[in-house]
Write a protein that binds this ligand. Structure first.
Ligand SMILES: [Ca+2]
Length: 334
């Protein structure tokens, strides 16, 4: 666990459950579909053999251990349509714990890759599409209940229902429940800790995108700074890479650890003018005057002008994904 993670430990260890059960404990996978949970429909439940598994919407197969796959829809309001899945290892492979996993961006899709990671480590796991499909906010126009589902309710409903489904599959509740999320998953994690502290025993809130208004306008200001009036980008991908690499080289060590990560961008005074091309030149390894000005505008707006790094937070999730493995200075295995 890196130092950028915030760990919140919920006080209660026993979840408060208010829904009814009709199936007997230790139900076999296929029969979980007969479970009755208020406002929840179990659409399918079937065992999946160890081996290749191609998640819906993916072209690439994952290699997974054996598990029981439960697909369900929750409708806590008449305008809700919250899809979620629960994956449960067989009894002899289960570590006795439950891990709810979060989403990214405005993502309206189940986080299969995160579920796969949890499953491979022996967790029973669950993820939701947060009540809509797609990666923009159009779903919320005229649908305030769907916004609430996205904001916090979908994860909560998924969590309570998943605990019951796991209980019926395994014959007992999980010993411990954890939530792990990054970016939007970080916002979900904080919402869980604040609104539903009984849901999880431990919560990992990675790079939480917890201030959506500032974040969205931060994205917008960067876009405006880095695009011409006609909408064409001022930077190629290669030059963006040059800018990133140069800034990291200049500021990586400020936090005391050369690990390819700038811990606090506000302490980085990297000047893009250092990359300026010779007069009239436009080479791959330098920036033209309009590019230097655009980079300055972007950096000032993001890290200096507002004093906020909310909008920067999500990018470090991406850094976690693309950066080579680093030696952790601390570790904590849930
Ligand atoms: Ca560093």
């Amino acid at each position: 666990m890196t130092r950028r993670f915030v760990v919140a430990i919920a006080a209660a260890s026993v979840p408060v459950l208010t829904v009814a059960l009709t199936a007997a404990p230790g139900t076999d996978c296929a029969s979980l579909a007969t479970l009755t949970i208020p406002n929840v429909t179990i659409n399918a439940s079937r065992p999946v053999a160890a081996g290749a598994f191609t998640a819906p919407g993916s072209q690439t197969a994952m290699t997974l251990p054996e598990f029981c796959r439960v697909e369900a829809t929750a409708r806590p309001t008449s305008d809700s349509d919250i899809k979620f899945e629960v994956w449960i290892p067989p009894a002899d492979k289960w570590n006795g714990k439950f891990q709810g996993v979060g989403n990214g961006g405005y993502q309206g899709s189940i986080s299969y890759a995160a579920m796969a990671n949890a499953l491979r480590r022996g967790y029973a796991t669950a993820s939701t599409d947060t009540g809509h499909t797609g990666d923009d906010m159009k779903f919320g126009q005229g649908h305030p209940e769907k916004l609430i589902d996205y904001g916090h309710r979908a994860v909560h409903v998924m969590t309570e229902s998943s605990k019951l489904i796991i209980r019926n599959a395994a014959g007992r509740f999980a010993d411990k429940s954890y939530f792990v999320g990054c970016s939007a998953g970080g916002h979900q994690a904080l919402s869980e800790a604040q609104r539903y502290p009984d849901d999880y025993d431990g919560i990992v809130a990675g790079d939480p995108a917890a201030n959506r208004i500032r974040q969205t306008f931060g994205f917008l200001s960067s876009w405006i700074a880095t695009h011409a009036a006609d909408g064409k980008p001022l930077f190629s991908q290669a030059k963006l890479g040059l800018l990133t690499k140069s800034a990291v080289e200049a500021c990586d060590g400020i936090d005391g650890l050369k690990d390819g990560i700038i811990d606090d961008p506000r302490r980085c005074n990297f000047d893009p003018a250092k990359l300026a091309c010779a007069a009239g030149a436009d080479e791959p390894a330098c920036l033209t005057p309009p590019q230097v000005e655009a980079a300055k505008k972007m950096l000032v707006a993001r890290y200096k002008g507002t004093g906020s790094i909310d909008e920067a937070a999500s990018f470090s999730c991406l850094a976690d994904l693309v950066a080579p493995p680093r030696k952790a200075t601390t570790s904590a295995k849930p």
